[in-house]
Write a protein that binds this ligand. Structure first.
Ligand SMILES: Cc1ncc(COP(=O)(O)O)c(C=O)c1O
Length: 392
């Protein structure tokens, strides 16, 4: 059971606005904001190096928090500044091993940043990007994926929950296929972490990237990469410094044994601490409970929106997540977002360029994106529906 009154009291902005923009950046719980401020105060008082030394145990605990969240081990976790850097460290590192003609398999709703990186490596290395078609529900077609595999496929890189809607791709089924064919599997879990349970063993991924500020409710500028321990020996990070690798002789370095080889020396420790606390906060509530409530609220929103004239819900997949995307025949998405903000209902919009393959295939314009979290109420979701229904 979620103690909504307590959680909302710890999220004071919920008194003033209906915040339904958690796929953008969620509201961070007040005790976590206070802990980050305290940490900054400590840095201001005794200096950043002494602060990190004094708080070393708590800072080290962040790796353990991420590991608990993912059912991984702490030495399989790198803490970085966002999901993009996490993903890039894995992708560009692995890309060093690619040869001309090698293939990358991805999904139609792949995130723009990832696809641009595919394009750059295709240009540099002569690799081929192949997009696995979707099934009738709009999710990645597992049968098609299986049929597309051959000896040239060197990576399956898929976004689990895309940025532009409720779709949840069959991440674990993809993992089973990747494993059966011994193909590296990089999973973008940026929009999944914090709104549902994430278990790297069940998912079968070799690498997973995520961010702190979205459904996890951490601060901006925090993210992490998971790399399976046995997989780490298969490639080097694309960039190294003297933290990622020891400079052991003037002509030689030795990589760190753990996933921190994907980090570098300097970090925002306050943001890190916030990430760890946000994860502990979510684990305390329980990701199963969180997922249940997220689905309840997003289903209520989708059902309500479907009943409003001129509104089309755009979410794909058989069991959509907490990202609700829709369009209005008569009103542009950005105008709906603006009108809602004027009434203290905070939502976002999703640009077709952030998921170009999917957007072109479905001829999507800019979408309205509303993303409730467990701390929202039914009344807040209803407020958005009323607002959309009365929009002119
Ligand atoms: C699916 C997906 N992947 C990756 C990212 C990038 O995350 P970050 O901004 O933390 O780098 C986003 C951000 O919106 C996203 O939605």
């Amino acid at each position: 059971m979620i103690d909504l009154d307590h959680i909302r009291a710890e999220t004071p902005a919920t008194e003033r606005r209906a915040y339904l923009h958690n796929a953008g950046a969620a509201l961070t719980p007040a005790p976590i904001v206070a802990a980050m401020k305290d940490y900054l105060d400590l840095e201001a008082e005794i200096g950043g190096y002494a602060a990190a030394a004094r708080e070393a145990a708590r800072l080290d605990g962040v790796y353990h928090s991420v590991a608990r969240l993912l059912n991984a081990a702490a030495d399989e976790i790198a803490l970085v500044e966002n999901a993009t850097v996490a993903w890039q460290m894995a992708f560009y590192g692995l890309a060093e091993t690619f040869k001309p003609g090698d293939r990358i398999l991805t999904a139609e709703a792949e995130y723009g940043a990832n696809y641009v990186a595919f394009l750059q490596i295709a240009k540099r290395k002569g690799v081929v990007i192949d997009v696995v078609p979707s099934d009738a529900s709009g999710a990645l077609d597992i049968t098609a994926l299986e049929q597309m595999i051959d000896g040239r496929v060197k990576l399956i890189a898929v976004t689990w929950v895309p940025t532009n809607g409720g779709l949840a791709n069959p991440a674990a089924a993809i993992g089973r296929i990747a494993k059966a064919h011994n193909i590296p599997y990089l999973l973008d879990a940026c929009q999944a972490v914090g709104q549902m349970p994430v278990d790297v063993a069940a998912l079968g991924c070799d690498m997973l990237s995520a961010t702190g500020r979205k459904f996890l409710r951490g601060s901006r500028g925090s993210g992490f990469l998971y790399v399976r321990r046995e997989f780490m020996a298969r490639f080097e990070p694309p960039m190294l410094d003297h933290f990622a690798a020891d400079w052991v002789a003037h002509d030689r370095y030795e990589l760190r044994p753990d996933a921190r080889r994907f980090e570098n020396w300097e970090n925002n420790y306050a943001a890190r601490l916030g990430l760890g606390l946000a994860i502990d906060y979510a684990l305390e509530i329980g990701l199963g409970n969180i997922e249940k409530r997220c689905r309840l609220l997003s289903t209520r929103l989708r059902d309500g929106l479907r009943a409003i004239p001129h509104v089309t819900v755009r979410d794909l997949g058989p069991n959509p997540s907490a990202i609700v995307s829709f369009t209005h025949d008569k009103i542009a998405a950005t105008d709906i977002v603006k009108a809602a903000a004027e009434k203290n209902v905070i939502i976002g919009a999703s640009d077709p360029a952030s998921t170009r393959i999917d957007a072109e295939r479905r001829q999507l314009p800019m979408l309205v994106r509303a993303s409730p979290h467990y701390y929202n109420t039914e009344a807040e979701v209803d407020r958005l529906m009323e607002l959309v229904a009365s929009a002119r």
